[in-house]
Design a protein. Structure first.
Ligand SMILES: [Zn+2]
Length: 182
């Protein structure tokens, strides 16, 4: 009897200690309850992959995710519009047009933003005194694209050169990209 109780308590503690972090979803979206669970699963898998293939530790919580209309990400955008964004507060904005469950490339966009999330958790969004803010932005973007590339390649995809913007610090001291602004 006591043994049984002990085993149950142990199992309960183990499960709660290793349960995947839950997802907090904001904004209007058309995701069913099952798709929300799939998204949480997908993001937890991606964070596990990052922990395994980089020096970043496993994140023990998921970022808040908000689905937004495309124009929210860039009101003036005409071509090469951004489809996702990571905010300085640690939130992940995803365009409603993204097809993250059926298109592996679009799923890798979620991965890209999670790369920014682990950078943010590790303090890489804190400006270092004396450093150029644009160079800091540039380093984060280049690393996030390199990680996205590695992840997507490991899952059978290949990012074409035109799908990877080339970033540079422009004359205005701001991060610019060719061909896409991100
Ligand atoms: Zn980025």
């Amino acid at each position: 009897m006591f043994q049984c109780l002990f085993v149950s308590v142990f199992l309960f503690l183990s499960c709660s200690a290793f349960a995947d972090p839950k997802l907090t979803l904001l904004g209007e979206h058309a995701l069913t309850r099952f798709e929300q669970a799939d998204l949480a699963l997908m993001m937890n898998d991606m964070l596990r992959w990052i922990a395994k293939h980089s020096a970043y530790p496993r994140a023990n919580e998921l970022p808040v995710v908000e689905f937004v209309p495309p124009k929210v990400l860039d009101p003036e955008c005409e071509h090469y519009c951004p489809v996702a964004q990571f905010t300085p507060e640690g939130k992940l904005l995803l365009s409603k047009v993204l097809d993250i469950f059926h298109d592996p490339l679009e799923a890798s966009v979620v991965f890209h933003e999670l790369a920014h999330y682990v950078q943010w958790r590790s303090g890489k969004y804190i400006h270092k005194e004396g450093a150029s803010e644009c160079e800091e932005d540039l380093a984060r973007e280049n690393e996030a694209y390199a990680m996205q590339h590695a992840y997507y390649s490991a899952h059978g995809g290949y990012l074409m050169p035109f799908q990877t913007p080339q970033f540079f610090c422009g004359n205005d001291g701001k991060l610019s990209a060719y061909p896409a602004d991100h």
